[in-house]
Design a binder for this molecule. Structure first.
Ligand SMILES: Nc1ncnc2c1ncn2[C@@H]1O[C@H](COP(=O)(O)OP(=O)(O)OP(=O)(O)O)[C@@H](O)[C@H]1O
Ligand SMILES: [Mg+2]
Length: 168
C-alpha cells in the first residue's frame, strides 16, 4: 500500500543534506538506465562541465528526482531517438536539464502533470503500469529543497529543468 504521507517527508529532512558531486550522481543514475535505453535504441548525449559542481542536497532524494525524470524520458521517448542530459551553472545555482523526443505534452496537461495520479489520456493507454506519481514525488522533493522545476514541450521535444543550490 502506498503511503503518501511518508512519501511527502522524502527530501524534507534537513539533517540529510550534504555537499554532493552532482556530475557523479547524474552519471551514476544514468548508468542504471543503460540497458533500457539500449533496448529502445536510444542515443544518450551528456553535456557536463569538466569541472564537477558541488551542490547542497539530500543525495537519496535527488537520486529519486533524477531517476523519475530519466524513467519518464526513456519511457516516453520515440525508439531510436536521442536523450540529452545537461548541467550548467547560473548565478548561485546549478541547473539540470533532461530532454527527450516523443509525444508533446498538451498545453492543457502541462500545468497538471505534477499533480498526484495525473496521466495524459494517451499515456494512460500506452503505459498501463505507471500510476502517475513520479512527477508528484519530484515536485514534492524539490519543494522541500526550495528548488524549482520547469517543463516545456514543443514539437515533440520535452525538456524538464530543475535547480539545485551550489555549495559555498
Ligand atoms: N518526458 C515526457 N514526455 C512526454 N510525456 C511525459 C513526460 N514525462 C511525463 N509525461 C506525462 O506526464 C504524466 C505524469 O508523469 P509521472 O511520471 O507523474 O507519471 P507516470 O510516468 O505516468 O507514472 P509513474 O511515474 O508513477 O510510473 C505522464 O503520464 C505523461 O502523460
Ligand atoms: Mg513517471
Amino acid at each position: 500500500m502506498l503511503n503518501l504521507s511518508k512519501m511527502k517527508s522524502i527530501g524534507a529532512d534537513l539533517s540529510r543534506r550534504r555537499d554532493l558531486n552532482i556530475n557523479e550522481l547524474i552519471i551514476r543514475t544514468l548508468l542504471s538506465f543503460e540497458s533500457r535505453a539500449e533496448e529502445k535504441g536510444l542515443g544518450v548525449e551528456i553535456q557536463l562541465p569538466e569541472q564537477h559542481m558541488t551542490v547542497v542536497a539530500d543525495p537519496d532524494a535527488i537520486t529519486q528526482v533524477l531517476y523519475n525524470l530519466l524513467d519518464n524520458s526513456v519511457k516516453f521517448a520515440t525508439p531510436g531517438s536521442c536523450l540529452c542530459i545537461s548541467l550548467c551553472k547560473e548565478g548561485g545555482k546549478a541547473y539540470v536539464s533532461i530532454k527527450n523526443t516523443g509525444d508533446t505534452i498538451s498545453e492543457e496537461d502541462l500545468p497538471l502533470i505534477f499533480d498526484r495520479f495525473h496521466k495524459s489520456d494517451r499515456s494512460r493507454s500506452l503505459d498501463r503500469e505507471g500510476v502517475g506519481l513520479g512527477l508528484y514525488l519530484v515536485k514534492t522533493i524539490l519543494d522541500a529543497h526550495n528548488e524549482d522545476i520547469s517543463v516545456t514541450s514543443r514539437d515533440g521535444v520535452t525538456d524538464f529543468v530543475f535547480s539545485l543550490t551550489l555549495a559555498k
